[in-house]
Design a protein around this ligand. Structure first.
Ligand code: HEM
Length: 124
């Protein structure tokens, strides 16, 4: 596998872990759980943080291999970075509100789909 392929696998593997961690937190909160009552919170917070890092590593690695980052980042990457930012913030914000957590069970996969569409179509 070439370097691009390795970064792609990191990007995708990181995304699987990221969505798993966010889904786990969301269901815990929807079921009435809190940060304190989540006995697996350290494990899930570590997974969330490491996954976010690996997604970025893979994403910027691919950008470099594709020579797309020379002379500034393309606009579509800012859109993906914004979606990444929502996913980063939700690791903590969902604990504050079961309503938000419930919505995120629908919104996060939709955002994931939008991010994939952006990667494939590269608008701008
Ligand atoms: C959490 C939000 C994100 C999701 C759900 C996501 C999802 C995806 C998916 C599904 C692909 C297609 C993989 C393939 O078939 O080759 C992809 C490719 C890519 N992503 Fe992301 N991504 C996200 C965030 C990011 C970020 C933050 C960056 C930049 C640092 C980034 C940069 C890229 C690049 C450069 C590609 C390759 C495009 C190509 O091969 O033409 N992604 N992403």
């Amino acid at each position: 596998m070439d370097r691009y392929g390795i970064y792609r696998q990191l990007h995708l593997g990181g995304l699987f872990a990221l969505f798993m961690a966010l889904g786990a937190i969301a269901l815990h909160v929807v079921n009435g759980g809190t940060r304190a009552s989540n006995t697996g919170r350290k494990l899930i917070a570590s997974l969330h943080g490491i996954a976010l890092f690996i997604v970025l590593l893979g994403g910027f690695g691919m950008l470099a291999r594709l020579k797309l980052a020379e002379g500034g980042l393309p606009t579509w990457i800012y859109l993906k970075l914004a979606i990444w930012g929502v996913m980063a913030a939700m690791g903590g914000l969902m604990y504050r509100s079961p309503k938000v957590a419930r919505w995120m069970l629908v919104a996060l996969p939709v955002l994931g789909g939008i991010a994939s569409y952006i990667a494939v179509t590269k608008p701008g």
